[in-house]
Ligand binder design. Structure first.
Ligand code: HEM
Length: 230
C-alpha cells in the first residue's frame, strides 16, 4: 500500500511512503520526542531553569526535534510532509532550519554568558569543544543553505550538484556532532546510581534514531557524488 499521489512531476511532485514506512517514521518521532522530554525534564527537575540549563532547554529540541524534522522532510522520509509538494517541503525545510538555528544561537548565547559572568574556565571539556564545533558548523550549514536554495541561479559560478552535495555533507556531519555533544553533555553531568542504566539506554536510542534520520539523506548524497563522476 502507498500513501500520497506520485503522478505529479517537478516542483509539484509528492512523496510516497508505504504504511510500514509511516509506522516506523511515527515510531522515531516518538523516540526523539521521548529523549528530548526526558533530558529537559531531568535538567529542570535537577537544576531548575537557569541561564546554564537554558542552553540545554533551547539547544536539545533545536537539534532533536527541529533539525531532525528538517532533514527527514528533505529526504522524503517524514509522514508530516508526505502530502506536501516538493516546493512546500523546501519551504518547511528552511523554516525548520531557521527556527532550529534561532534556538541553537539563543542556547549557546546563554551558556557563553553564564560562563563569562561566572568567570568560569572555557572549552576545557570534550563536551564544550565538540559543542563549539557543532555551533560553528550549524551557522555555516545554515548560511550555505541560502546558496543551495539559489543553486540554479548561481549555476554559472558553482554546479548546483556540488552545492547540494556540500550542503548535505556539512549538514549531516553537523547533526552527528550535535548528537555527540548531547551524549558528552549528559555523560559528564549525570552520575546517579540509576544513570548506569539511563545513559546506555539514551545513547542506544540516540544512535539508532540518528542512523534513521540520516540514512536516506546520506544515500541521496552518495548518489549525487556518483552522478558527479559520470
Ligand atoms: C547539541 C547539544 C549541546 C551543545 C551544542 C552544547 C554546547 C555547549 C558548549 C559550547 C558549552 C561550553 C560553553 C563555554 O565554555 O563557554 C557547554 C557547556 C556545558 N554543557 Fe552543553 N551543549 C549541549 C547539550 C548539553 C546537554 C544535553 C547537557 C547535559 C544534560 C549539557 C551539559 C553541559 C555542561 C555540564 C556544561 C559545562 C561544562 C563544560 O564546559 O563542558 N550540554 N555546552
Amino acid at each position: 500500500m502507498t500513501v500520497g499521489k506520485d503522478t505529479e512531476t517537478g516542483s509539484s511532485k509528492k512523496n510516497r511512503m508505504s504504511a510500514l514506512a509511516i509506522v516506523i517514521n511515527y515510531f522515531f518521532h516518538l523516540i526523539l520526542f521521548g529523549i528530548t522530554s526526558y533530558i529537559l525534564s531531568r535538567v529542570i527537575i535537577d537544576l531548575n531553569v537557569t541561564l546554564f540549563t537554558l542552553h540545554i532547554i533551547f539547544i536539545v529540541p533545536g537539534y532533536l526535534i527541529l533539525m531532525s524534522n528538517a532533514i527527514l522532510i528533505m529526504s522524503d522520509n517524514n509522514f508530516l510532509s508526505m502530502t506536501s509538494k516538493q516546493s512546500e517541503r523546501v519551504i518547511s525545510h528552511w523554516m525548520l532550519q531557521v527556527f532550529g538555528l534561532i534556538l541553537i544561537i539563543v542556547g549557546h548565547s546563554c551558556v557563553f554568558v553564564y560562563k563569562y559572568q561566572g568567570n568560569l574556565p572555557r572549552f576545557q571539556t570534550v563536551h564544550s569543544r565538540v559543542g563549539l564545533a557543532t555551533f560553528i558548523l550549524s551557522l555555516i550549514t545554515g548560511f550555505q543553505g541560502i546558496f543551495t536554495r539559489y543553486s540554479y541561479q548561481l549555476r554559472k559560478f558553482v554546479k548546483p550538484l556540488i552545492q547540494k552535495i556540500f550542503h548535505s555533507l556539512v549538514g549531516n556531519f553537523t547533526y552527528i556532532l550535535a548528537v555527540v555533544s548531547i551524549i558528552y553533555g549528559f555523560d559528564q553531568m549525570w552520575s546517579r546510581d540509576y544513570d548506569v542504566i539511563v545513559k546506555p539506554i539514551l545513547i542506544t536510542l540516540l544512535s539508532i534514531s540518528t542512523a534513521y534520520v540520516l540514512y536516506k539523506s546520506l544515500f541521496t548524497m552518495a548518489l549525487r557524488i556518483k552522478q558527479l563522476f559520470e
